[in-house]
Design a protein around this ligand. Structure first.
Ligand code: GLP
Length: 268
């Protein structure tokens, strides 16, 4: 795992957008794993800007989202399909047929989960998976006690998650109780993952996810098992980490990060 600390939420999201853009340049057929949540909105703004200003090309790229609420059709403004259309898909030249989210209103949810796993396989697996982190320490909707080898399935949401997302639904009682989510095992199979966390309210869980013991109670700790996982945070989210000086040294000195150390120039 690598931890990259940026001075503010904008810089952190911008770095993630640059990582995605770089991977997409290197491989136009990139299979991109996407996440939702407020934190990711800035990343998608950055990608849309790169598409508009630097012709970042999504035409050959395919996407798979981590999760979707059970019971919400794509027309529902709180569905993750709607979120993705709003924040990314409709603003870039991606082929809608190449964008995938679990269908939260499928008649047979178990079958839907199986088909989702198969579709990921058919596209050759996920090259780069974006991740946020919930206050319960989840990645996707892998709530506490998610098996570290779990696959795409229906998961009941914890009270912490319901509370975290209540404002978006206009009340906790309106938040769907269940979601389809890629499993922890599904996520761990991606070739590279990038987790973005910003803000002081993520500091505690982020420190436990990165520096704490691996546990099914905090599914984000499973990322410690991933061979190529980058965690990008702002100063506020980094405030409870203990090895901060070491993380800063790596970003400032390792050649891999050279091009990301300086602010991006127009056209880059
Ligand atoms: C939801 C999503 C997660 C995301 C989390 C963080 O729970 N299922 O994938 O990481 O929100 O949301 P926010 O960025 O709004 O804090």
């Amino acid at each position: 795992m690598e931890v990259i600390i940026q001075s503010n939420p904008e810089a952190a999201a911008d770095l993630v957008a640059r990582i995605v853009a770089r991977e997409l340049h290197a491989n136009p057929h990139l299979v991109l794993g996407l996440a939702t949540g407020r934190t990711m909105e800035r990343v998608y703004q950055g990608l849309v800007a790169k598409h508009r200003e630097q012709q970042l090309d999504f035409s050959l790229c395919s996407t798979f989202n981590l999760d979707e609420y059970v019971g919400l059709p794509s027309s529902n403004p709180n569905s993750y399909r709607h979120y993705m259309d709003q924040h990314l898909f409709r603003h870039v030249n991606i082929d809608p047929r190449n964008t995938h989210l679990p269908n939260g209103v499928a008649e047979d949810l178990e079958r839907e989960c199986e088909l989702y796993e198969r579709a990921i396989q058919r596209f050759g697996g996920i090259d780069l998976q974006l991740l946020g982190i919930g206050k319960a320490g989840h990645i996707g909707f892998n709530e506490p006690l998610s098996a570290l080898r779990s696959r795409t399935r229906v998961k009941a949401l914890t009270p912490i998650t319901l509370a975290q997302n209540a404002a978006l639904f206009g009340g906790e009682e309106k938040v769907p109780r269940r979601a389809i989510t890629m499993g922890v095992g599904t996520i761990l199979e991606c070739r590279r993952c990038v987790l973005l966390a910003t803000g002081a309210d993520k500091a505690e869980i982020l420190a436990r996810a990165v520096e704490g013991p691996i546990s099914g109670m905090i599914s984000a700790t499973a990322l410690q098992l991933h061979p190529r996982c980058t965690v990008v945070v702002d100063e506020a989210a980094a405030s409870k980490l203990t090895e901060v000086e070491y993380y800063r040294w790596i970003f400032e000195n390792e050649p891999e990060w050279r091009e990301f150390r300086t602010p991006q120039q127009p056209g880059q």
